[in-house]
Design a protein around this ligand. Structure first.
Ligand code: CP
Length: 283
């Protein structure tokens, strides 16, 4: 299942997904350290939580890390991406963790190197480990519940949502999207068969997943930030991060101790989910 690494969330079927979650919950990855394995962190776009959690998870497993930054690599001397990946492969790492602005680069990285690749976010295409930890966070909170999810924010430019959708479908979690009045959101929902719902729906759902306004990819702020007034008595809050306070959501919602928030749990689960994934790929 992981011979190529994890390029897309679509690689999981329902059975594999539930088994994976059970292993994460039992902290199966703690049982035996990996010996003599080397990983390569290739973060060519900014990252805090993904990079740090991969790094720490790997160190805990016994992985030794090499890393490269785009601005300090020979890409700045006009070397091609393909040549760069062939140089990386010549140094024989066992695993690549790749984040880049180019949609599809994780697939190319595997094709060029034949090394397992974990897609840590490729352009607007996918971010499977973030989706995996988000789905795990809901499943862990209540494994029997069919979580009703409303997404608030720019779905069109979200790579996380494109990885959420196959996982939530396999888990039987219904997904709808708050209508921000834009054509691109309407077209996204039509393409993926999602219901467009009014903002008031957030009060009646089980969980609201708030997404960042991605100015670097051309998102514009179309809605007032998500606020306490958007929450019903039992509604939970998630945000894959990084959250922009005052733009995506209010300060009150972003607080670590906001009772309905699962955001801190998402941050913690990043390391656990990525540990299990690397263990499964390298074992
Ligand atoms: N969610 C996410 O990918 O966050 P970072 O950009 O901080 O890694």
């Amino acid at each position: 299942m992981f011979s190529k690494g994890l390029l897309s969330a679509d690689q999981f079927d329902r059975k594999d997904l539930l088994l994976f979650f059970k292993r994460v919950k039992q902290r199966e990855f703690l049982k035996k350290r990996l010996q003599g394995r080397t990983g390569c962190l290739l973060f060519f776009e900014p990252s805090t939580r993904t990079k740090l959690s991969f790094e720490k998870a790997g160190l805990d497993l016994g992985i030794r890390w090499m890393s490269l930054e785009a601005s300090r690599s020979s890409l700045s001397k006009k070397e091609s991406l393909r040549d760069m990946y062939e140089v990386i492969a010549a140094n024989e790492p066992d695993l690549l963790v790749v984040r880049d602005q180019y949609s599809g680069i994780a697939h190319f990285a595997h094709h060029w190197t034949k090394i397992p690749v974990i897609n840590a976010g490729d352009g607007v295409r996918e971010h499977p480990t973030q989706a995996l930890l988000d789905a795990f966070t809901l499943w862990e909170t209540d494994p029997k519940k069919k979580w009703k999810i409303v997404i608030f924010g720019d779905v069109f430019r979200s790579r996380v949502v494109r990885s959420h959708l196959p996982l939530f479908k396999k888990l039987g979690y219904p997904v709808s999207v708050v209508n921000d009045g834009s054509l691109e959101t309407a077209r996204f929902c039509k393409t993926y068969g999602l219901r467009l719902v009014p903002r008031s729906s957030t009060k009646k759902t089980d969980v609201v997943i708030c997404l960042r306004v991605q100015q670097e990819r051309g998102s514009e702020k179309k809605m007032a930030p998500l606020s306490i007034h958007d929450f019903g008595r039992k509604t939970k809050l998630m945000h894959p991060g990084p959250a922009v306070v005052g733009v995506d959501l209010t300060m009150e919602l972003s607080a670590k101790d906001f009772p309905p928030s699962l955001i801190h749990r998402q941050r913690q689960n990043g390391r656990f989910v990525r540990s299990q994934l690397m263990k499964d790929i390298l074992s």
